[in-house]
Design a protein. Sequence first.
Length: 255
Amino acid sequence: MTTLSAAADVLRCYSDERRDLTVTQVSRLLEMPKSNASRLLRAMSACGLLEPVGATKRYRPGVAVHEAGRQYRLTSPFAIKLDEAAQAVGDKLGDAVEMICVVERDGPLVLCVAERAATGPLLRPAGTRRTAAAAAPGHALLARLRDDDISALISRAAAGFAPIAGSGIEEVSRHVALARRRGFASLPDARGRVEIAVALGDPQARKEAALTVVTRDNAAAAAVIDIARSLHEACGALASSLRDPVFRSFEPDAA
């Protein structure tokens, strides 16, 4: 592992649940000796990638990281178009959804890079990471890959997440295959909310993302399909303008 790749792995450990990290946490998450983790965090802090949290022994992302992220969102045409599509979908669906967000894949994980409530501006959180195998946007994004690539990807370990193996791979493959046939992915939660995602990409920029919404509690099946249709229409218009060759048609009745 190079110092650069190790620093990138540290940055991937941050999320809404982990806004700052200790040497012990980094050592555990990345399975490296504490002495190595300590040297790495100090080096990252010295060059502005991290900064200490007051007088504590905790570190949070530094100014250099925040500025790079801000510039990415401001200057990436794909990101700008996705933000515009997210705003438009949110305005159209209104109170039918709790949240709409732009989700990107980072290896076997997915993270939210921009989100908004039913009303209000689009915000850019630190990014909540989840395993792609257990999230609707993950299924939608995985559906753009070949089956062999999917199995290899989700069986990889990631900091703080166990790899998928055995029957778990088969279950994920079924969800991904259904998303591929229907043109969107959906997963319910214990509250009766449904996460719905449509993935698209920019072949010129070599970037992909999933526009994702979360419905209100106890969403009816017909309402879920209507929301998925609106989401797919917005993504389809953008995918057409980007000449996305992998974008899937909307087939809600596919089994």
